[in-house]
Design a protein around this ligand. Sequence first.
Ligand code: GDP
Ligand code: MG
Length: 424
Amino acid sequence: MRNCAIVGINWGDEGKGRIVDLLCSSYDYVVRYQGGGNAGHTVVNDKGKFALHLIPSGIFHEGVINILGNGVALDPESLYEEIVFLRSKGIEVSPANLKISDRASILFPWHKELDALEEERLKDKKYGSTKQGIAPFYSNKYQKKTILMGELLYSSNLDEHIKDILEWKNLILKGVYNAEPISFEDIKKWVEDMKEKIGPFICDTTKLLMNAVYENKSILFEAQLGSLRDLDYGIYPYTTSSNTLASYIPIGSGLPTAKIEEILGVVKAYSTCVGEGPFVSEWKGEDADKLREAGMEYGAKTGRPRRVGPIDIVATKYGVEVQNATSIALTKLDVLSYMDKIPVCVKYKLHGEEIDHFPFPSLLEECEPVIEYLDGWKEDISKIRKWEELPNNARVYVEFIEKQINCHIKYVSVGQERNAYIER
Ligand code: GDP
Ligand code: MG
């Protein structure tokens, strides 16, 4: 069976969790390959409404094995909280359906502390971090100043390794931020606690996935955030600290030979963006408030009001290209039903000229949106399940976007619930 990646095309929060939940019943594995507990993937299904942070969105389906790959920022503390929460809602989470790569690096409490201290130091120049420790985590990983999950199980010199890293961390905490040092005893206690809670989930997930390929099993890869937050191709420095692109899957998933036949990009029918950074088609004031309310655009992880605006074709087309998307799921079309005219940002104006390519990040601040309006449909479409039954203007809007971004829109989502979608 074909493997598939579900990735974000824009700034994140496009509805990836919802689409993974919809499609994963036909897959054997769901694998997260990057990012950490800063994700907020909302899933609404027959079991309730859930905001997932680290656990893959395949967790609700019996028989699906969920994997946290080596590329993930593995925060055992939030992971355990998530496990406890899901179990309290009657969802099975066990070492049989959740596996953690022994090569995943551990996100320690000091990563969160350093994240918060740095945002505080930056004041009005802050990056808009969710303070989950993601940036310090990934930078430490590349510095090789990290501990792997497998060390909890297999290492005979774990204490020494922790002491070495802690000595260096405390130099930074004290020297750079004048913060209190962290004691080895406290960390040791934390590690023991985490080992007890999370240890049973740790295994060699590369072996597992390689075997899955030999057995012709199918794998769904679930991304966090979107193209524009990719460390290398996004709106640097307002990106995340990992690669959100499908091209990172062979590295971060733990399946270095991964072949992905289908890359399904998730695009929201309008734009939203959480945190700082340039956002060319952003609306402010009353129009923004109306759209935010209609779409309930508040962060799943932080509760922060999301910045909103019309769909941005320039950014979306770029997002599709860098993801190498083969098809698109367009979400939240129902939210636009209240509008008389639907605005679309078709180009940018930069230094007096209209451009249709996504420029170098620092130029984005100087870009203005060029808006075209399409007719609205002004009726509730949330119960519609067939393409032909959508109002004509809604179809025109979808086809317009499809043409502009040059990628087939395969799914149109018209509600939060699992079955609220149209397949084309
Ligand atoms: P993710 O981070 O990409 O998984 O997206 P989020 O879960 O952060 O944000 C998407 C939000 O939109 C969630 O609250 C979803 O339940 C909701 N959602 C997804 N698709 C639709 C849709 O078609 N219509 C509506 N009204 N809500 C949707
Ligand atoms: Mg989200």
